[in-house]
Ligand binder design. Structure first.
Ligand code: GDP
Ligand code: GDP
Length: 436
């Protein structure tokens, strides 16, 4: 981990307004507020700067979910406990409209035992009910009790002041992240499992309970002396489910995550014997956006010969695309090839960030055109010079007399020359024909 930021954690029951508050406190609008009690989150984190203090804000998500699955509740509780242990400041968020709830009391008890600085944050002060009940929350006995409205932005600055006072060191801002890696995939494909393996700890909650998808979780990691950020996104769903409006947003946030990233790891279920249209579309979109792409076929432990054949057949239609990208067959369960992922990510990033000299490019392209002249409308095409104008994505301008004659197939000719000479798997290459 590259950052030594002190942590501030939001804990509390479901629906008290933690994610709304998280959004208020955090710079970007990453978390989702929702009236759906089943929409659980794991935790979401962000860096907050206030009065010259820097800290990491963590939303623990719902502490108690439906009590039907005791194991899951236990898992969540353990995670929340660990977050509180690691935090410098704990914010116990309560719903002012309901008054003190048993779960508030239980959490307060745990906080007392930890002996950490903690604030009871009584939310929903925009309502009369909350105003009436505010003082009863002082009985929870935490260091401070503060009345806010997360939704209306009331007293948020005061809350930030109180938090910042407790942050002892100014906490050096995080090291510059060199590049960002985003993990994408439909629900249950193994994103959390992989994230945990890559981070080497129980970072997110793995669960078979449908609906336990999350929004993006970001984590800065250090790998081979490189600072990079690993982002786990919510699943992209094929079918519109019950929580339709949320999913539309998730898809949007997935697209946004792609645009913000440098390398995309698209996790696929190798045991299903086929790729979904949506997965392929996403893969195309990634390269189109100029981002590097690695395909990871997970759950290899479940793959038999038949499934392997089926998958092979399913992707054979896309050979042209598949041969452009690196693929790894992995299993989060057995650990197969997990150790190869990050070295490959690093290598792909280096490929995407390389700079070709004018000499290299011009001799490659001109020799290529000598060996196989290009014609259009009976006219032989001439390349005056080529120059790489950008890295990641590698972008090359071709200066030609008649740019109109350089359509997709002509440009593909140059791309293929480049790809056959240099190792460029997983890396997008953009070519533009310019008059010159
Ligand atoms: P979480 O489950 O604790 O993360 O809670 P959410 O942030 O998802 O909020 C639960 C519900 O409470 C949502 O419907 C929010 O719109 C609502 N809510 C959050 N903050 C306030 C507030 O300050 N006032 C009122 N009236 N409602 C709020
Ligand atoms: P996410 O929704 O994409 O984050 O998926 P999870 O990481 O929560 O995994 C969904 C389910 O698939 C869990 O039950 C995992 O234990 C299981 N799973 C993940 N990877 C593998 C794998 O390689 N093999 C097998 N057999 N199961 C896996």
């Amino acid at each position: 981990m590259s950052n030594q930021l002190q942590k501030v954690v939001l804990v509390g029951r479901m629906n008290v307004g933690k994610s709304t508050l998280f959004n208020r406190l955090s710079v970007e609008n990453k978390s989702l507020a929702s009236n759906h009690p089943g929409l659980t989150r794991d935790f979401v984190t962000d860096k907050v700067d206030w009065n010259g203090k820097h800290f990491e804000l963590i939303d623990s998500g719902g502490v108690l979910l439906s009590k039907t699955d005791a194991d899951f509740v236990k898992l969540v509780n353990e995670q929340v406990m660990r977050l509180m242990q690691e935090a410098q400041v704990i914010l116990l968020v309560c719903d002012g409209t309901v008054g003190i709830h048993n779960e508030d009391r239980e959490l307060a008890k745990k906080i007392h035992k930890l002996g950490k600085f903690a604030i009871t944050v009584v939310n929903k002060m925009d309502t009369n009910l909350a105003k009436e009940k505010f003082h009863e929350f002082e009985r929870l006995g935490l260091d401070h009790t503060i009345a806010i409205s997360a939704q209306h932005g009331y007293a948020i600055g005061d809350l930030l002041d109180e938090i910042a006072e407790q942050i002892t060191e100014s906490g050096a801002p995080k090291a510059e992240v060199k590049f960002r890696v985003t993990l994408l995939g439909k629900p249950n494909v193994g994103k959390s499992s992989l994230m945990n393996l890559l981070l080497g700890k129980e970072r997110t909650i793995v669960s078979e309970i449908a609906g336990t998808t999350r929004e993006a979780i970001k984590e800065d990691i250090r790998f081979y002396q490189e600072d990079l950020q690993l982002i786990d996104t919510a699943g992209v769903r094929r079918k519109r489910g019950v929580v339709e409006f949320v999913e539309t947003l998730m898809v949007k946030s997935t697209m946004a995550a792609i645009r913000e990233s440098d390398v995309i790891l698209l996790l696929l279920d190798g045991s299903e014997g086929k790729l979904l249209d949506q997965e392929l579309k996403l893969a195309f979109y990634v390269l189109e956006q100029g981002k590097a792409l690695i395909l990871l076929f997970n759950k290899q432990d479940l793959v038999d010969e038949q499934t392997a054949d089926d998958l092979e057949y399913s992707v054979s239609e896309y050979q042209h695309f598949m041969k452009k990208v690196e693929t790894l067959k992995i299993s989060c369960k057995t650990g197969k090839n997990i150790g190869k992922i990050m070295p490959l990510v690093k290598e792909v990033w280096e490929r995407a960030s390389q700079q070709f000299s004018d000499i290299e490019l011009n001799s490659l392209f001109k020799d290529g055109m000598l060996a196989r002249p290009l014609y259009r409308n009976g006219q032989r095409l001439v390349l005056r010079k080529a120059r790489q104008i950008m890295k990641s994505p590698i972008t090359i301008d071709l200066y030609v007399t008649q740019p109109d004659y350089f359509g997709p197939s002509q440009l593909a000719f140059f791309e293929n020359l480049l790809r056959s000479k240099y190792k460029l798997r997983s890396v997008p290459v953009k070519l533009n024909a310019k008059r010159g």
